[in-house]
Write a protein that binds this ligand. Structure first.
Ligand code: NAD
Length: 369
């Protein structure tokens, strides 16, 4: 099989899907790897390391896409990439189709086999979303703390306070992987942390692991409104698998927040958990609305490209190997959790939540195997 590793083209996106370690793994298994020139440079992996691993360095993205049986990348295809997807090709990457009708249509039109990292399941977990959620969760507090500085427009409250001065308040809406990692960082900074979730078992787990250093709150509109009004940093981290995020923090709630409070809406890649959010980019990551700073970068982990590329490849590579060693049909048929990653094939949508959100007919993924 020919595996193509294109250079990411999203704004300030420096991650790469395969490091030289994974390139070597594919080559050792008898596959051919085409790496677009400088694809790994932003993550600290020069072409020479890929070449030493046995990959072929290719000058143009068009050639990589045209020659590859499987495109292995990081971010969802962007407009320039839509015409490069084609029938008979597997595209294995993040897609986040639910809030992106244009991309959904492009995938269907291309007839490519689109397998999305973020909807692959293992038990109750999303193993290919988890490493990026860990990074984005940890980053959310770094970003929130940075934009809390007075010169950055923040409240001027040091998250951890100092002896004699109370710490800042952090509200985390959604206590999954992002939320838990945000909490770890916020607790580490000694902030006053509250987490809301609708899953009481999850709140029990968080109560246990944090040993009383975070408040766990059953999610309700009233509770979110209450805690948001006190928050210096609010992290949006809810997820309903494959679907658009519920906008739990309404515009009316944002209006009640402190001037200079920071919202880090990590869930923006699924449309955002905050009504006033819209996607931003690393180049200009924040905007003010009702006196509240909104940080809504859809590809946060791209900022720590080296750690993120390694963490992502660790998680995606075993699945990528199955796809190229077994062929996508057998690989997906062998693992019902992997099958959940199939979002589109041969012009048919196979991800029910996307069909529901965009009012598009959808078929069961097993029906196309
Ligand atoms: N912006 C980025 O760069 C970036 C990076 C990684 C992940 N993400 C996104 O962050 C979001 C969270 O990811 P995750 O891995 O933590 O998901 P997760 O499934 O681990 O956690 C989501 C949590 O939200 C909770 N939830 C669902 N509905 C809720 C409600 N009404 N009220 C309160 N809680 C509710 C769930 O019970 C769950 O605990 C996803 O949208 C993911 O795509 C964004």
């Amino acid at each position: 099989m020919v595996i193509g590793v294109p250079k990411e083209i999203k704004d300030k996106e420096f991650r790469v899907s395969a490091t030289p370690v994974q390139a070597y793994g594919f080559v050792a298994a008898g596959h051919k790897v085409l790496v677009e020139k400088n694809a790994g440079i932003g993550a600290g992996f020069p072409d020479s390391e890929y070449a030493a691993a046995g990959a072929e360095i290719v000058d143009s993205a068009d050639t990589v896409w045209a020659k590859a049986d499987m495109i292995y990348k990081v971010k969802e295809p962007l407009e320039a990439e839509y015409p490069r997807m084609r029938e008979g090709q597997v595209v294995f990457t993040y897609f986040h189709l639910a809030p992106a009708p244009e991309l959904t249509q492009a995938c269907l039109k291309s007839k490519a086999t689109c397998i999305a990292f973020e909807t692959i399941e293992k038990g109750r977990t999303l193993p290919l979303l988890a490493p990026m959620s860990e990074i984005a969760g940890r980053m959310s507090i770094i970003c929130g703390a940075y934009f809390s500085q007075i010169h950055a427009g923040g409240t001027g409250t040091l998250p951890g306070g100092v002896p004699g001065v109370a710490p800042g308040n952090v509200l985390i809406v959604g206590g999954g992987i992002v939320g838990t990692n945000a909490a770890k960082m916020a607790v580490g900074l000694r902030a006053n942390v509250a987490i809301t979730d609708i899953d009481l078992d999850r709140l029990r787990y968080l109560d246990d692991i944090f040993g009383g250093t975070v408040k766990t709150i059953a999610s309700s509109p009233a509770a979110i409104a209450d805690y948001a009004a006190q928050a210096d940093i609010l992290v949006g981290s809810v997820l309903i698998k494959g679907a658009k995020a519920p906008q739990l923090v309404t515009e009316d709630i944002v209006k009640t927040m402190k001037k200079g409070a920071v919202i880090v809406d990590v869930a923006i890649d699924q449309g955002g958990a905050v009504e006033t959010s819209h996607v931003t980019y690393h180049t200009d990551p924040v905007f003010m609305k009702h006196g509240v700073c909104h940080y809504c970068v859809g590809n946060m982990p791209g900022a720590y490209a080296r750690t993120s590329s390694q963490a992502l490849a660790n998680a995606t590579f075993p699945y990528a190997m199955k796809l190229v060693n077994m062929g996508w049909k057998k690989a997906l048929a062998s693992d019902p959790g992997f099958l959940m990653g199939l979002n589109a094939h041969d012009g048919k949508l196979t991800c029910a939540p996307v069909g529901k959100d965009q009012n598009i007919p959808c078929v069961a993924p097993e029906s196309v195997l």
